[in-house]
Design a protein around this ligand. Structure first.
Ligand code: TPP
Ligand code: MG
Length: 892
């Protein structure tokens, strides 16, 4: 097996220094005489030959297992080291105390001790010297590791932002307003947290796109973000999430030097080591460097400087290179004798390096991420770096300072309790004046608002522009677009058109609007042509920080592909996850930058919630605002595509997000009403923290003009679209989206063949009907004395006669959302089962949502109520060409 560590072993020590020197001298001579180009040429030749000869060089993207910044390059540390040390200790204590107290009071309430314990220095150096607050300017955006939340609360407690009572309500936020959420959740602590991070992998990707969006805002002249930096604090285990590494290329390609990742490499995740048999820092270094990032490794604390300086033979370096993470983890819990034997032995030269150190000094050779001077040096270099994003790989010990039972143990992530004896050790280590007899309660420690510690930390924050984290939306309400933007959709068209085409027109009109046009952010993951949105390319341009340095192949065409430094479209290429991260940056811009932006992210509906649903959930958490446009929707409406494309469930998936408003419009005017209302709700005076999911179809229909008086019904979820004209028996048909158009064909069929009057309802939102009914039902249950409220769906159907048939291009579960409030025969048609490729007509026969099936279901409903006979049904099956023996599409 290819083993890079074996190669390192063979590399050192130098068995023939004279020969080595000769090689180096020749290289020097080539550079001097032939110049760097010639030297580079020869080096490449040598590397190629080495590969041919199977010499087995380590990848060039890796450097040795030592700090990137050598001691002589370290800058002067401008802080008060002693003071900061003391502050850190107090924060460590309180972070632990809040978790302990919570779990003593409520067994199993949870919380994490060891993530923050390993990361305390990484955060504190940031807070005291680097993170910029938003007092006067955009400030930095810091993505905190979710499990480090107790430490962030503990700091806010010292700063006087959180009370002792609040700390005592850590993880108890349901019944006590002001309780602290387990992890960063802007939904629950809207004045504190900015970015939800705890679902691993989303934070890193969102951080990349936040940095990118900051550039976009500046390029378009909307906000000055030049001084904003994005910091992503991440776990080394988290880096295994595909999303965590998913946008590295973009960050490098666009030269995002406003972005810094700090990966807390404590070598552990939840169950055990991240890479017991390897070296996560080396692996990440190669990955990031390969992607074009600048990498700064902070592996060893200052105690190692002297040892490395005396390591003339390179034996220590060699040992560092070859020791596996699993062994490092063990070494970090070992005593001095073990370390001397297993790390500094058996090589006598290595042993000699630490001869002067006593056994109890060896465990005190710390990892670099715990040394604030090393961390400071790394951050200082990172903020100075230009031209590419930076990642800091900081080595730490998980559970650092928490004592031998917890520190670096495989169970450390789950640890929530300490015995009084363990607590005593911890207190002594932190040198805090907490009396023994109080330890059983793990009291908080606050040195007082006027203490030097608090004064110091507040002064540092003042100097850096204010407290953090802090969420302070200052969005100015926006006016709506003028009527011109919506008029053509309200007018309808005889010529068949799809709702996707209607949306394409609408988005174009909106971008042209004088008031809000420049705030529209169209986001497209490589499907603009599918959705007919390519005219926008030329009109408003695609954002690219490089502009367009090539001559586009379609330059001469009217609708050419135009990239511009101030382009408005975010054309992401094929990354729905990236597009969701864009959507998040744009949809939270009102809160992060005080600049409301109106994102419309249009995508293949099948590749939305199903693929990136967790981003949508986080968007709801972040109080993001915007429009998700699920195009080519419906399980029978997309011709030919098949199983992996035909979406029949996105509306069900959307409906689980509490603050989403999901609509399935059938007509251009419905779409226009919904978007106009959405802009008003989210960006107008109301400033509602909701967002939209709207499905769009690519099937062409004549678009009726907007009938009078439908606005309220469309927005609330249903309205009588086309009452029946004739028929002696009555039924009600509820339908949405493309299937409403099938119902429109069923209506005359029923009248002509069966003398049935079918009233046709358009139901753009079963989800909103359900929410409304649930609210009414709850209110009635809790207010027995008051006049009962009647759900909107009940109000609407109360005057309508006859059984009900509901049909959509989605799972039957969608109309079933309102079933509890339907007081009569209720037949639901839908598209349960895997999709497949065929024509729309064939698919509708297969899934039983064709006009004939709708008509038959209506007749069947009448039979259930006694208004039709079984013989009539049997006859109708034949007349309507329905084969009752066809396989059930659910299982087909
Ligand atoms: C998507 C997702 N999967 C799983 C989890 C559960 N989880 C929480 S923390 C954790 C381990 C984290 O390890 P690491 O990223 O190394 O962070 P550390 O605590 O070691 O700093 C896991 C698996 C999660 N929060 N999110
Ligand atoms: Mg870890």
């Amino acid at each position: 097996m290819h083993d890079v560590f074996d190669q390192f072993k063979q590399q050192l020590p130098d068995i023939d220094p004279t020969e080595t020197q000769e090689w180096l001298d020749s290289l020097d001579a080539v550079v001097e005489q032939g110049g760097p180009d010639r030297a580079r040429f020869l080096m490449y030749k040598l590397l190629k030959r080495a590969r041919q000869l199977n010499v087995g060089l380590p990848p060039l993207v890796q450097t040795r297992y030592i700090n990137t910044i050598s001691p002589e390059q370290e800058p002067y540390f401008p802080g008060d080291e002693k003071m900061e040390h003391r502050i850190r200790r107090i924060i460590r204590w309180n972070a632990l105390a809040m978790v302990l107290r919570a779990n003593t009071q409520f067994e199993g309430i949870g919380g994490h001790l060891s993530t923050y314990a390993s990361a305390a220095s990484l955060y504190e150096v940031g807070f005291n010297h680097f993170f910029r607050g938003a007092d006067d300017g955009a400030g930095d955006q810091v993505y905190f590791q979710g499990h480090a939340a107790p430490g962030i609360y503990a700091r806010a407690f010292l700063e006087g932002r959180l009370s002792e009572e609040q700390l005592d309500h850590f993880r108890r936020e349901a019944l006590w307003p002001g309780g602290l959420s387990s992890y960063p959740h802007p939904r629950l602590m809207p004045e504190f947290w900015q970015f939800p991070t705890v679902s691993m992998g989303l934070g890193p990707m969102n951080a990349v796109y936040q940095a990118r969006f900051n550039r976009y805002l500046a390029a378009r002249g909307i906000a000055d973000t030049a001084d904003s930096r994005v910091w992503g604090f991440l776990g080394d285990g988290e880096m295994d999430e595909p999303e965590a590494l998913g946008a590295l290329g973009l960050a490098a390609r666009e030269g995002l030097d406003n972005l810094i990742f700090v990966v807390n490499c404590n070598l552990q995740r939840l169950d055990g080591p991240v890479r017991g048999n390897g070296k996560i820092i080396q692996e990440l270094e190669a990955t990031f460097r390969g992607a074009g990032w600048h990498v700064i490794k902070v592996i060893w604390a200052r105690e190692w400087d002297d040892l490395l300086a005396r390591d003339k033979d390179g034996v220590l370096l060699s040992k560092m290179n070859e020791t596996l993470d699993g062994d490092y983890q063990r070494l970090s819990v070992a005593d001095g004798a073990y370390i001397r034997e297993h790390f500094f032995g058996p090589d006598p030269r290595l042993r000699a390096l630490v001869e002067h150190l006593a056994d109890d000094e060896l465990p005190r050779l710390r990892r670099g991420g715990h040394d604030y001077r090393k961390v400071y040096a790394a951050y200082a270099a990172a903020v100075e770096h230009r031209g590419s994003p930076v990642v800091i790989l900081a080595k730490t010990v998980k559970g650092w300072t928490l004592g031998p039972g917890i520190e670096a143990r495989n169970v450390t992530h789950q640890a929530k309790k300490l015995t009084v004896d363990e607590l005593k050790v911890f207190r002594d280590r932190l040198e805090l004046p907490i009396p023994d007899d109080q330890l059983k309660d793990a009291p908080y420690f606050h040195p007082g608002p006027d203490s030097p510690e608090v004064e110091y930390m507040l002064e540092r924050r003042r100097e850096l522009g204010g407290l953090l984290p802090r969420r302070a939306p200052q969005a100015k309400p926006l006016p709506n677009a003028t009527d011109d933007a919506y008029a053509e959709l309200f007018a309808g068209s005889e010529r068949p058109a799809s709702t996707t085409m209607a949306f394409s027109r609408l988005s174009r009109n909106l971008t042209r609007d004088k008031e809000i046009g420049r705030r529209i952010v169209p986001i497209i993951p490589d499907e603009a042509r599918t959705f007919g949105m390519d005219p926008l390319f030329k009109e408003i341009g695609i954002y690219n920080p490089l502009g367009q340095r090539y001559t586009p192949v379609d330059k001469e065409l009217l609708l050419s592909y135009l990239e511009k430094t101030d382009g408005q479209i975010l054309e992401e290429g094929i990354t729905e996850a990236g597009a969701m991260a864009d959507f998040t940056a744009a949809g939270t811009s009102y809160a992060v930058h005080g600049e409301p932006m109106i994102p419309f992210y249009i995508f293949y509906s099948m590749f939305g919630f199903q693929r990136t649903g967790d981003f949508a959930w986080a968007f709801g958490d972040a109080r993001g605002r915007g429009f998700l446009m699920g195009a080519t929707a419906g399980r029978t409406t997309l011709t030919g595509e098949g199983l992996q494309h035909d979406d029949g469930h996105s509306h069900i998936l959307a409906s689980v997000i509490p603050n989403i408003r999901a609509y399935d419009p059938a007509f251009a005017y419905e779409l226009a009403l919904i978007v106009r209302d959405g802009i008003r709700r989210m960006f107008g005076e109301a400033q509602e923290d909701v967002f939209y999911y709207i499905t769009l179809y690519n099937e062409n229909w004549p678009m009726p003009a907007m009938p009078d008086g439908v606005e309220d019904g469309v927005l609330r979820g249903m309205y009588l679209f086309r009452p029946a004209e004739r028929g002696s028996r009555r039924v009600q048909i509820l339908a949405s989206g493309s299937i409403l158009h099938q119902a429109m064909k069923a209506q005359p069929l029923l009248a002509e063949r069966y003398d049935i009057a079918a009233d046709l309802w358009s139901v753009p939102s079963f989800q909103l009907l359900r929410n409304d009914a649930l609210e009414a039902e709850r209110w009635n249950r809790l207010h027995p004395d008051a006049e009962a409220r009647v759900p909107y769906v009940v109000q609407q159907l109360s005057q309508a006669e006859g059984p009900i048939v509901a049909a959509t291009d989605y799972l039957k579960a969608l109309p079933h959302l309102v079933a509890p409030w339907i007081d009569r025969a209720f037949t639901v048609l839908g598209t349960d089962g895997f999709g497949r490729s065929d024509t729309r007509e064939a698919l509708r026969i297969h899934f039983e949502v064709s006009p004939e099936q709708i008509a038959y279901a209506a007749l069947h409903g009448l039979c259930l109520t006694g208004a039709a006979g079984r013989d009539e049904l049997t006859r109708a099956l034949g007349e309507l060409g329905i084969d009752p023996e066809r396989p059930d599409p659910l299982h087909a």
